[in-house]
Ligand binder design. Structure first.
Ligand code: XMP
Length: 318
């Protein structure tokens, strides 16, 4: 029978044998898969694993700093690269969801390639690919994110992609990856993290993306997510987030009429993201969250809750 302990022993041994004294580069995302892959490799080859964590400026509020700190505490050899401005530039004036993904994917490749180049004689590229990713990319219908939406659309082949690929989690399902992560003593705050899309908040800002919109959405999202944690709802939800709508609506504040943005909150239950149901969050929680958002976040005067299931809706709005 499969056990996380046996998997770790076997995989660390195999990685040591395969890689020897060579160098490996790996892109950390803050998510479960890349984190578990990194710790496995770190156990096998130590400082010869070079991790790169890119801030695309589209992460949750404070995530880049806090996750980078966590990675360092875990002993990983990680370099944080703040490329926010570069991504925002690439996104300027781009409204189409697929074009946003392409712009972000290309910017990521450029930044990662630059950084990988700085590591001398790197031989391998490690990735946190898991079994469903492998299936998704070959099946006709694909997964939602594989075919309907392009993840990382690449033109040409950057240098780092010519490296030999190492994918230690390729045969595992998500729950097995979590168990391996627990065996490796990775913190619950990383292992229990909700899925978060690569293009980040850019696909939760409908229409074009600006620094100001990112800031507003980060504030709203933080209130929602921290609220879920405080109310012990976070672990009951598969994924949650806020969406900034390209709509202004009339409101009233004191004697003044306001004309400000609408945000939607979304929380879903799912097992694999292929289908999803909206979560019946307590009204008390929604009421409190809505009040806090409207009182604290300048520029927002209305909050709505998304009660659409997938299909026919998708989890993300773009
Ligand atoms: P949808 O919106 O297709 O989302 O129902 C299903 C799951 O996939 C995530 N998602 C993405 N993840 N790049 C990613 O890395 C993307 O472009 C992307 N689009 C959607 C979404 O967050 C959900 O977990």
């Amino acid at each position: 029978t499969w056990t996380p302990e046996a998997f770790v022993d076997m995989t660390v041994g195999a990685l040591k044998e395969r890689i020897g004294d060579d160098k490996v580069v790996l892109g950390l995302s803050g998510g479960v898969d890349s984190s578990v892959a990194a710790v496995l490799l770190h156990k096998a080859i130590g400082k010869n694993l070079y991790c790169i964590f890119v801030n695309n400026g589209l992460l949750r509020k404070g995530e880049f700093e806090s996750v980078l700190e966590q990675y360092k505490d875990m002993g990983l050899n990680v370099k944080g690269v703040d490329a926010s401005a570069r991504f925002l530039d690439a996104l300027a004036g781009v409204s189409d969801p697929e074009d946003k993904r392409k712009a972000i994917g290309n910017a990521f490749i450029e930044v990662f390639d630059d950084e990988a180049h700085r590591i001398e004689d790197v031989k391998y590229l490690a990735q946190g690919t898991i079994y469903p990713d492998v299936i998704e990319s070959v099946s006709v219908n694909g997964g939602p994110s594989a075919t309907i939406k392009s993840h990382h659309n690449v033109g040409g082949l950057p240098d780092f992609m010519k490296l030999e690929v190492v994918e230690p989690l390729k045969m595992l399902f998500k729950d097995e990856v979590r168990r391996v992560g627990a065996e490796l003593e990775i913190s619950d705050s990383i292992l229990g993290r909700h899925p978060f899309p690569g293009p980040g908040l850019a696909i939760r800002i409908l229409g074009d993306v600006t620094a100001e919109k990112v800031r507003i959405l980060q504030e709203v999202d933080a209130i929602f997510i921290n609220g879920l944690k405080e109310w012990m709802l976070y672990d009951k939800v598969w994924q949650a987030g806020a969406i900034l709508l390209p709509v202004s609506s009339v409101g009233v504040m004191g004697d003044e009429r306001t004309y400000e943005k609408v945000v939607a909150l979304r929380a879903v239950e799912s097992t694999d993201g292929m289908t999803a149901d909206w979560v019946n969050l307590p009204y008390d929680f929604l009421q409190k969250t809505s009040n806090t958002i409207i009182n604290r976040v300048k520029g927002v005067n209305r909050v709505v809750y998304d009660i659409s299931s997938k299909p026919p809706a998708t989890i993300e709005w773009e």
